[in-house]
Design a protein around this ligand. Structure first.
Ligand code: ZN
Length: 142
């Protein structure tokens, strides 16, 4: 197995600063490395266990079916697809999806009768599906 990703690599991956090549090789490593997935989750929104500052943030574990639409015309292919919102916090959502999402992609997610606009922060593979962190940008008027 390739060496573990450095903290800096993971941070740059989350911030979308890695080159396409580095980012795709890191993603390949993450697919097979629970350790690095756990480390990645530590400094991405929605998994604040190691950050006491964030413990006060309200988070809720949920199971809402939703629909995700990619707003980036380059990566946007096909109709919206089904996702499941599994966590909601003040600044973001965590979703389960069958499709890998590219960090920095703008997405619209509809669930529970609302539509929210967000940006993909990270996407990690968990078994046969993906978990993605979405940072909310603004709420559309309902
Ligand atoms: Zn690793």
């Amino acid at each position: 197995m390739a060496p573990h990703a450095s903290k800096r690599d993971l941070e740059e991956y989350v911030d979308g600063l890695l080159s396409d090549e580095d980012s795709s090789s890191l993603r390949t490593h993450l697919d097979g490395c629970a350790e690095c997935q756990r480390r990645l989750a530590e400094f991405t929104p929605g998994v604040p266990e190691h950050d006491p500052e964030r413990r006060t943030e309200t988070r809720a574990l949920v199971h809402f079916p939703g629909r995700l639409k990619l707003l980036d015309p380059v990566t946007s292919t096909g109709p919206p697809h089904q996702v499941e919102v599994i966590e909601i916090s003040s600044g973001g959502l965590k979703i389960r999806t069958e499709r890998s999402l590219i960090p920095k992609t703008l997405v619209q997610i509809r669930y529970e009768g609302k539509a929210v606009l967000g940006e993909v922060r990270y996407c990690i593979r968990v078994g046969a599906e993906y978990h993605a962190g979405i940072e909310l940008k603004e709420e559309f008027p309902e």
